[in-house]
Design a binder for this molecule. Structure first.
Ligand code: M6R
Length: 366
């Protein structure tokens, strides 16, 4: 049932070109520059006028929420707040019937996320669910929503569910932009055409698997790891760190690259591997100076770079290329090599990647 793969996690990583495609099916019309989301269309008018969106989730789904914040603010110019569901509910949050709360959950059964929804509902907010499991509790508690359609995810570490959540949030951001007129139709045609091609770019990312496996040998005994990125590369860094710690038990932290100098830089020495999201986008030059800071302290740099990059290649110890795409699609591509990196490191360490210790696939206790 693992389809020839050694683990469900690897199978699910490889399913991503297909799962992302399934997630977009029937929802985008690139030549028309049109996004259709049947599950939330009743709320099209509300989306036109909403002043604020709050995203609640836990774990990897919370990271997808952070990508969503970047996407919705960038594309639809709506202020977004992203909250850990578990914190949101204990803070007597300020919410009203004017707000839209988006709950993101693979399983649709996470207790903290359900409790956050119930609280927001009591205060009159409109709830959208983004879930993978059809008919689960969260979709039933929500007023409206969009399924991710990634198919069953067996590995405890979320992989294809994360990229499907990010895909749905991308679709939502573009849908909101379309409703609010914040992106022109010709730009939407362009972006949707690129989005339609993302599954084949993900396929290309998967071709780095062998390179990453070989490189992982050098890092299997590391005791710590830092993951750094800026903009939407920051949640990707957080997700890379979470994936590594949950399946390999190596301590890892994700940080916005520029925050390094406010503390984590003290940790850097020749023993410290630092993974950079260093693709060619608006923060490229800044990330380069952060890489220099790490190299000056003899840290080991692994950089995720845009295909054809030479500048970072000359500075980093290891580089992994991903294809070029519009900046808003970066998280969908940059995540893939990080999934593979944690997978191979965990396998080399003899860990049970599909069922890491102390973890359950869905956390139904508060
Ligand atoms: O089912 P959910 O998306 O609500 O689950 C949330 C987290 O428990 C989950 O993402 C967890 O962090 C994963 N093990 C991450 O790989």
């Amino acid at each position: 049932e693992k389809g020839g793969f050694d683990h469900f996690m690897l199978k699910e990583i490889y399913e991503q070109p297909r799962s992302i495609k399934d997630c977009m099916r029937g929802r985008i019309y690139p030549t028309k520059g049109l996004v259709q989301l049947g599950g939330i269309k009743e709320y099209a008018d509300k989306l036109k006028n909403v002043d604020r969106i709050i995203i609640v989730a836990c774990g990897t789904s919370w990271h997808a929420g952070l990508v969503g914040e970047y996407l919705i603010e960038e594309c639809a110019r709506i202020p977004v707040e992203v909250e850990y569901a578990s914190e949101f509910r204990y803070r007597n949050p300020i919410i009203s019937e004017k707000d839209i709360v988006i709950a993101v959950s693979q399983s649709g059964e996470t207790a903290d996320t359900m409790a956050a929804i119930e609280l927001a509902k009591e205060k009159g907010a409109t709830i959208f669910g983004i879930c993978n499991v059809v008919g689960a509790s969260i979709p039933r508690l929500s007023h409206a929503g969009v399924y991710t359609h990634a198919g069953p995810e067996i590995g405890v570490a979320s992989t294809k569910a994360f990229t499907a959540q990010v895909t749905v949030l991308t679709l939502m951001a573009l849908y909101m932009a379309q409703q609010r007129g914040t992106i022109s139709n010709s730009k939407l045609v362009h972006l949707l055409t690129e989005l339609d091609n993302i599954p084949s770019l993900v396929e290309q990312c998967l071709k780095s698997n062998d390179t990453i496996r070989v490189m992982s040998e050098q890092f299997k005994d590391a005791r710590n790891f830092l993951f750094l990125g800026r903009g939407s590369g920051f949640p990707v860094a957080l997700e890379g760190a979470l994936k590594l710690k949950e399946i390999s038990y190596i301590h890892a932290e994700g940080y916005p690259a520029a925050e390094m100098k406010h503390g984590p830089i003290a940790l850097i020495d020749e023993e410290m591997p630092v993974v950079f999201i260093a693709t060619k986008n608006s923060s490229y030059e800044k990330v380069i100076s952060n890489i220099q800071e790490v190299k000056a302290r003899k840290g080991k740099v692994i950089a995720i770079v845009t295909e054809g990059d030479t500048t970072v290649k000359n500075m980093a110890d290891y580089t992994i290329e991903i294809p070029d795409a519009d900046e808003i699609f970066l998280p969908l591509l940059a995540t893939i090599p990080l999934q593979l990196l944690s997978y191979h490191i965990a396998v080399l360490r003899g860990c049970n990647v599909d069922q890491p210790r102390n973890l359950a696939k869905s956390v139904t206790v508060e």
